[in-house]
Design a protein around this ligand. Sequence first.
Ligand code: AMP
Length: 118
Amino acid sequence: MENCVFCKIVRGEIAADFVYQDEEVVAFRDQAPSAPVHILIIPCQHIPTFNDLQAAQQDLLGHLLLVAKKIARQENIQEKGYRLLMNCGRDGGQEVNHLHFHLLGGRPLSVPAYISPS
Ligand code: AMP
């Protein structure tokens, strides 16, 4: 997609601090980190949102998740823990319409509002 910022990163038209790259997936540091480790893991192909993911792409989805685990080890946050999340759509807080996981860690993360004590 011509105007997608993450597609531009994949094509090398916008600089990014890459931590992982293969033929299907790239990962780079978020430009506005909300934790000491804040990495975005994205497919090279343009998939706008989680809603657009097709059954034929389940291997790609699995690969994205395993890359996230590999990066967590690489960043030394595997043992202490981390958060892997994906925003979907406007209400989900998705700002960039190119499917991506956020990998967050390096400090204790606050308990999200949706986990309310019973
Ligand atoms: P989301 O709200 O889930 O769509 O998250 C998009 C994320 O992309 C935000 O955390 C932004 O800080 C990050 N972001 C946007 N543009 C860039 C960029 N050029 N390089 C690195 N991170 C970016």
